[in-house]
Design a binder for this molecule. Structure first.
Ligand code: CMC
Length: 389
């Protein structure tokens, strides 16, 4: 075929042009539509950033207001879809529940699946933004055996979500502004990260002209792996194992360096960042602030800090340019908020949803888009004669 380029893991091949997010991995720079992540995280709300990513500009106050009300109006799940949760085992991983329920959404909205109809794309966008947090909270409630609450649309996006997770029929949820602000900030930090594995999955599935729900469901599944979004869950399990085993942090790092049993320092390393992940810097500040605000301490945070300190001074990590990534400190905060470990990657998915939608729409709006179809270099047998039997 004349094909010579082989690029495992797409290390050197761009699959698209994109105007959404800029990353300079050598200098730890991340910008959404040109705005520095530090400014975005300090000043914007989650839905404001969603608008920025999807439509390209910051919304005016009235645009944001209308967007916010529209999202609030679509939070209800169809009662039949609520019963769908009953058919799944209670020990089901919430990420599997999430992707299945998002896939099931397309069965309820068959009238809005056409990727080429802007109005249908718009309503699917709103439905996803409104319903994903509700589905996520129900996945959580299901795992702890508690009744689902109806959304309270008088609350903000984040407060509504926290209430659905931590409120019960018996006791009203008391809003804690420290937790609400911290969660909003974490969600913003996850909103987009250009062509990562899940976003590329959303684009690849979407390039076949599959509908938005199907594409996002595929993205959630791609995110679930421990090398991607699943890392936040793996970090906390790793920290817990170190604490419970009584193994010193130094000894654990030695095992990582010797690649014993393939053990990795989860939450470290990144394909693009060869310096400190700017999101990790902000998350680390939040972890300290949230725990201080809540008057809590967590030995796992101490272990994480010690791991970071030892790794950053060690030649193995220095030579390979391995730094903490966004997943390294998030779990400590989610845990302090009361989320079980298995919900951590679900929180990442809620955060990443606007980015996935923005990329899917950018791809569909680009007349150069073609179905994604990687090539291969064939290494199998040459043509053979079928044996005479
Ligand atoms: N612990 C120990 N060694 C590592 C780690 C780690 N976390 N990450 C990379 N290395 C080593 C790797 O073994 C290789 O060493 P050698 O040259 O001796 O074979 C070298 O560093 C280069 O690594 P790579 O595997 O070629 O790098 P990659 O770009 O293919 O992988 C990564 C990137 C994020 C998958 C990887 O760093 C990793 O597995 N990290 C742990 C999982 C994790 O935290 N993932 C979250 C990523 S950020 C958020 C997100 O994307 O969702």
């Amino acid at each position: 075929t004349g094909l010579t380029a082989l690029d495992y893991g797409f290390v050197n091949t761009a699959s698209t042009q994109s105007a959404i997010t800029y990353i300079d991995g050598d200098n730890g720079v991340l910008r959404y539509r040109g705005y520095a992540i530090e400014d975005v995280a300090a000043n914007a709300s989650f839905l404001e950033v969603a608008w920025l990513l999807i439509y390209g500009e910051l919304p005016t106050p009235s645009e944001l207001d209308a967007f916010d009300s529209r999202v609030r109006r679509h939070t209800l799940l169809h009662e039949d879809l609520k019963r769908f949760f009953d058919s799944l085992p209670h020990q089901a991983h919430p990420m599997s529940v999430l992707s299945s329920a998002v896939s099931a959404l397309s069965t309820y909205y068959g009238d809005s699946l056409n990727p080429h109809d802007p109005e249908q794309v718009e309503i699917s966008t709103i439905r996803l933004l409104a319903k994903l947090p509700v589905i996520a909270a129900y996945a959580h409630k299901k795992s702890v055996g508690q009744a689902f609450l109806y959304p309270d649309n008088s609350l903000s996006f984040v407060d509504n979500f926290l209430r659905l997770n931590f409120g019960t029929m018996a006791e009203p949820y008391e809003i804690n502004p420290v937790l609400s602000q911290a969660l909003e900030r974490l969600l913003i930090l996850h909103e987009d990260h250009e062509q990562n594995a899940s976003t590329s999955t959303v684009r690849l599935v979407g390039s076949t002209q599959a509908n938005l729900f199907a594409s996002i469901s595929a993205g959630i599944n791609a995110l679930s792996g421990p090398l991607h979004g699943g890392a936040n869950e793996s970090v906390l399990s790793m920290l817990g194992r170190i604490r419970d085993s009584g193994e010193s942090v130094e000894r654990f790092v030695e095992r990582v360096k010797n690649k014993e049993d393939g053990v990795k320092l989860m939450g470290f390393g990144h394909r693009v960042y060869k310096s400190y992940d700017p999101r990790a810097k902000l998350v680390k500040e939040s972890a300290d602030a949230v725990l201080a605000d809540l008057g809590m301490s967590d030995p796992l945070l101490d272990i994480a800090r010690e791991l970071e300190q030892i790794a950053l001074a060690d030649d193995y990590f220095i030579e390979r340019k391995l730094y903490p990534n966004v997943d390294f400190y998030t779990g400590v905060i989610y845990k302090a908020m009361g989320f079980p470990t298995r919900m951590f990657t679900v929180l990442f998915a809620i955060g990443r949803l606007p980015g996935w939608i923005a990329h899917w729409r950018e791809m569909n709006d680009d007349p150069r888009t073609k179905i994604g179809r990687p090539q291969q270099l064939y290494t199998g047998s040459a043509a053979r004669d079928w044996p005479q039997r």
